[in-house]
Design a protein around this ligand. Sequence first.
Ligand code: FES
Length: 148
Amino acid sequence: MSDLRELYQEVIFDHNRNPRNFGRPAKVDRHSEGHNPLCGDRLTLYITFDQAGKIAQASFEGQGCAISTASASLMTEALKGKTEAEAEVMFHNFHGVIMGTSDVDPAALGKLQVLTGVKEFPARVKCATLAWHTLQAALHGDQQVSTE
Ligand code: FES
């Protein structure tokens, strides 16, 4: 295994063991619940905006596998300070790279590129994208979304 791949796995393990932004904040502007029917895992995402319309806080709750938890943790970190439009771009870039449908350079994903290895494992793609589909639903005002 390459050093880079080991480093990526270590970051994923760390975010699964110690998920950032876990829990429901006192103030919530948007929320959505994502469901992966293939495994039954559920995740609720909470978004709070500041007065300038930027994401002040993104957090999540739920039980999921290591990949889905790490993806939600990394995503909520990356969302802070972003506008809705920037968050939409993040979704499309991440989703496109993971699905192999975009020519966006994975390096443009920053820290999120640690998750790009899942594209080699189609069954785990839904795990990595669960939080992201939930994000898009929350941004669009949908309170529930399914990966199927
Ligand atoms: Fe359920 Fe990964 S196994 S989201």
